[in-house]
Write a new protein. Structure first.
Length: 225
């Protein structure tokens, strides 16, 4: 039973109950023999029958109204969940964007730190960290600061090759494991970015092929177009 039919049925039952009660009262008022006595048991039964009929009709109406309210509450809850999901998605997007901006700021800070650092091993590592932060910021690989960091790595190592300071050479050799770890991290991030590019390329290629096939079918159906 749908909502409209249920409401109509409830109204019908209440109407019939009301009409029945009215006709019963009218029949009693038009009774010719007013001297007849109605037994207490009969009066109680008649009264209870009328009350039960009214209560049943009211219960049906209340049930229908409750179902309608429950349906409205469920619809409101669904709308609230949709709004919550939308707000969560927007919040996550803003949080991600703020994190990327922070990484970009950290990258510039690392570049400044590298430029000012005299220790060659620390300078070399700082330039590597700058590239790390640039990749995390998801800026385009053509961004000029990538070249700045790459040049910094190259020039720092060139200075190491030409230096005669044993302390500089020892510091560099002592941190070789750190350099390898940083290199592996950068390669991993680049591979991840390459996978994203490959996935996007496949999706775009699929859309291109789908468009071409669809247009070919359309041309067959409508050659005059």
């Amino acid at each position: 039973m749908n909502e409209d039919n249920g409401k109509g049925y409830g109204c019908f039952v209440m109407l019939v109950s009301g009409v029945a009660i009215v006709f019963s009262i009218a029949a009693l008022l038009r009774h010719d023999n007013w001297s007849c006595e109605i037994s207490p048991a009969g009066f109680v039964i008649a009264t209870l029958s009328a009350l039960i009929t009214f209560v049943v009709a009211w219960q049906i109406w209340t049930t229908i109204a409750s179902k309608e309210e429950l349906k409205k509450a469920a619809e409101a809850m669904d709308r609230i969940k949709e709004l919550e999901a939308s707000l969560t998605a927007q919040s996550n997007m803003f949080s991600q964007r703020n994190l990327e901006i922070r990484h970009l700021i950290d990258a510039h800070a690392k570049l400044l730190e590298a430029d000012r650092t005299k220790d060659l091993a620390s300078r070399y590592y700082a330039y590597g960290e700058a590239i790390d932060f640039l990749l995390q910021s998801k800026v385009d690989l053509s961004y000029e600061q990538f070249e700045r960091a790459r040049y910094g790595l190259s020039s720092t190592f060139s200075q190491l090759e030409s230096t005669r300071k044993r302390e500089e050479i020892s510091n560099f050799l002592a941190r070789e494991r750190e350099f390898d770890w940083l290199y592996q991290r950068l390669m991993s991030m680049l591979e991840s970015k390459a996978e994203e590019i490959t996935r996007l390329r496949k999706q775009l290629t699929h859309m291109r092929d789908y468009r071409r096939d669809s247009l070919a079918e359309i041309r067959k159906k409508y050659p005059e177009a």
